[in-house]
Structure formats: structure tokens, C-alpha cells
Design a protein around this ligand. Sequence first.
Ligand code: AMP
Length: 546
Amino acid sequence: MNFIDLGLNNKILKSLEEMGFEKPTLIQEQVIPHILKSKKDIVGLAQTGTGKTAAFGLPILEQININKKNIQSLILCPTRELCLQITNDIKNFSRYMPNISVEPVYGGAGIENQIKAIRKTQLVVATPGRLLDLIKRKAADISSIQYLVLDEADIMLNMGFKEELDAILATAPKNRQTLLFSATMPDEVAQIASNYMKDPVEIIAGRKNSGAENIEHLYFMVSARDKYLALKRIVDYYPEIYGIIFCRTRAGTQEIADKMIKDGYNAESLHGDLSQVQREYVMRKFREKNLQILVATDIAARGLDVKDLTHVINYDIPDESEVYTHRSGRTGRIGKTGISITIINMKEKYKIKQIERTVKKKLTETKVPNGRDICAQQLLHQIDRVKTVKIDNDQIVPYMPIIQEKLASLDRDELLKHFVSLEFNHFLDYYKNTPDLTPVKHEIKKEVEYKNKKKGIREWGQASFSYLIINLGKKDKMLPTRIIGIINQCTRNRNIKLGNIDINDDTSRIQVENSFVGEVCNALIGYKFGSKKIKVKMEEQTMGKN
Ligand code: AMP
């Protein structure tokens, strides 16, 4: 089906062509003809990224009476960002319809200018609180609206706009057509539909409460202390990543973003503690793909319209499965497969089950990539870059003689090794001797026991080590022999392979062979030395990436 078949006018068709919209999306195919022909209300189950703005925006534009300068359509949405984005989309759709005006109104900005702006406008895009304020001041008259759109209804209710919505819906004229869009259908949304809509037609773009079909859902289970290390490995495993890492709190978001920036990633944070100017700067940078990774809270990321996210990473698994649906809906957009990743600790496994029930899909448990996996991926990526790099002959040719001369001593094989090593070496160095991050309790321990039993002896020759730091040092009268004694005692395993032990004032650094790291951590954590509870952490290596 094409846009022409949907019954849209030439001016709209022209703007769609310029915007690169070739074919209508599933929801557009269903919603556009319905609005053009029927007066029946709609409940549309659709996630962000399905093309729903055009689905309701285009037919509404078709029906605006350009001879009247009153509010004919009202679009309600949860945030300022989304409000601006919808307004912008509609302005783009109507760029060849000069007599149509659309204005955004939202909280946190001067009300006087908004009052002036909406005086003669036909289409208002609003957040519920600000609109109600305008209605109460008699600055917005919605008594003649034909269309009332509730976009992201579940989020509006989640954000506590129930009272405002009730008040607005009660004021709106009875003969309006109501179009409600929501990614999920919790009871509160169903209630709005049953209280304020007449026998609505249900339109589903994708299954109800489901993740979009073209999303791969993976989860990684790691010990809580390894979460950040696992995140870095996952990001390193996908060199082409362009995605959002979701965290629960503003402070957590900033902390992860700071760590990633320090470790050399092209990342920034986006959360409510930033000023509007900072947020807009970060969003623009991300939209323009000058930023590869955005670490964000749910609220701040709302309204950020980015196409083609390759990955969504749930660094903190959301408590509500609906939030998961929203987050993962940001990847796998129109015709593209995306990957939704969740990092959990062992105690959070039950939340995966809840999410699986909501999205009606299995989330695949996946092992955190190890150093070898990551290096292989990075190497292939490097090779692809070498293969596909654009060559500007005019610029390069003059330098060729000197390049030839300088590299004359290297044969083809050596030359290739040199080029690839240039960027690849830091990954090799960083991931050399790094342990698996599989959680200790239910895998490593069993695996080690099994291997030892099977072999009778271990291969000592090729061992690789990691450092563990414990909170006992000179002040606790630690000596290397004492530490070995403690480890023997709490693991009840005399075959643990240890390397160097450095004792500092408050802490000690213990080199442990990688296959025993899990077992040692597990046994030491919480073990009491005198009155002191032992705390253990893995020494983290930092690296530059760019
Ligand atoms: P939405 O779900 O309305 O936020 O749309 C998601 C993104 O898809 C926006 O950037 C739209 O510009 C884009 N989009 C919407 N419909 C189409 C279409 N038919 N073809 C290509 N892109 C589209």
C-alpha cells in the first residue's frame, strides 16, 4: 500500500516524499483511512517508533477547516520534549499547507507567550497540566474541537496526570472524536477509554503489550559488583552500538555516564538534574549521531525522537514491565532489528519472568562476552573499517611515494598486522587475562568443581590471573601467610592458585587465578575476621577507547 491509496492530498504527499516516507507503516495503514472515513473513537496500541504521529497527524491535517482560526484539534502528550517533537512533525507534514497553524503549550515556559500563540491556532499540542491552566484562565477554548488525541496515554497516567485528563476530557465537546494511543494497556488506561470514549475501535500495531517483533531480547546475569564491568564488555562487543543505557535514578545515571566518559567511551548523561540547555545539547548531539551512547533516566529520555537505535541497555532492570516495553520499543524501529539488553544480578531473575509475561516473549540468557569474544568482534570491525573506508585519491596520491618509501621494509602480512594493531592493541591489552563474569554461585563454582574432579590435576602452566582487593591490611596485622590461611579456611579448598599478595595499610591486593576468582569472592564476602566483615572487590582496569 502507498500513501496515495490512503486518500491523502497532494500537498501532504509532497511533504512525505521530501521527508523520505516511502510506504505507510502498519499503524498508518489502519488509522489514516479510519480517521478519514469514520467518526468512531480509536484505541491504538502502539509503541514509540511505529509512526503513530503521522498516523493521527496526517488525517487530522486533512480535516482542518483553514477558513476558521479556532482550536479544532487537541493533542495531549506527557512531556515538553514530546510536545515539541509532535509539533515539529506536524509542521513538517503541513509545510505546503500555509494556512494551517500548530502550536505547542507545555509547563516550565512562560505562559504569556503561549497564550498569544494559541489565540488563532487550529491545532494545539499540549501537556495536560499547562492546558488545564490555560483553560481555567479562559485562554484556551476547546469547546469546538473535532479531534482529541491522547498520545502515550499510559505515560501520562504514570506521570500522575489523571486529574488533569479527567478535567480536560469532561470539558471537551461530546461530539468530538477521541484517539487514544498507548504502548501498554494497564487498567488506568482502559478506564479512561471506558469513561470517556464511545465504543472505540481497537487498532493494534504489533501484539498487545508485546515488544515489537523485530527486537531481540537478551539478558545477562552477573554478580552485582560486576555490573559495570559487564556493561563495558557488552558495549565493547558491539563496536557499532548507537544506543541508550537506562538507569533508575538521576545520580546513578550520572555515575555510570561519568565512569564511561572516564573510560574513553563516547557517552553523555541525560536526566532531570541537568538544565534545559544541557539536555537539549545532549539530545541534539545524540540525534545527530555525534554521540554513541546516551545514559538516561526514563523520564528524561521520553520525547527524544531517535530513529535506528541499535541497542537499548537496561542497566537497571525496571520494576514495571511496561517501562521495559517502552524502553525496548526505542530499538527495532521501522524495518530494522534492534537488541534490547538487560543486566541483572542473581536476585533479580524473577523480574525477567515478569517481563517475559508482559512482552509475551522469552528473554534469552546470554553469557557476558569474554576477552576473546570481544577481541574477535573488535578485530572484525577494524577489518571492515579498513575495507570500507572512503579513499580520497586526489588527496592521498601525492603522498604515495613517501608512504611507499617509509613502509618499504614491511611485506603485505606485516603491513596488515601493523594497521590492524594500531587500534586493536588496546583491546588486546585490556582484555588479556580478564576473567569470565559469569556469576559465581550457580555457574563458576560448579564448573570448577566439575573440571577439577574430571582432571584430577589442573593446568597450572597457562594460568591467567586477576586481582582481588580485600578490606584487611597492615592495620589488621595481615601477612601473606595469614591471607592464604583465611582463603584456605573459608573456601575449604587448598588448591586455589594464588599469585602475588600486596599488603597495604587498610587493604590487601591478592592475585587469584581466574578460574578461582568466583569461588574465592563467594567464600570471602561476609566472612568475619575478628569483628570485621570481609569485603571484596575486583580490581578494575581502565582503558581508553577512542
Ligand atoms: P513516531 O512513532 O511517530 O515517533 O515515528 C517514529 C519515526 O519514524 C519518526 O522519526 C518518523 O519521522 C518516522 N516515520 C514515521 N512514519 C514513517 C514512514 N511511513 N516511513 C518512514 N519513516 C517514518
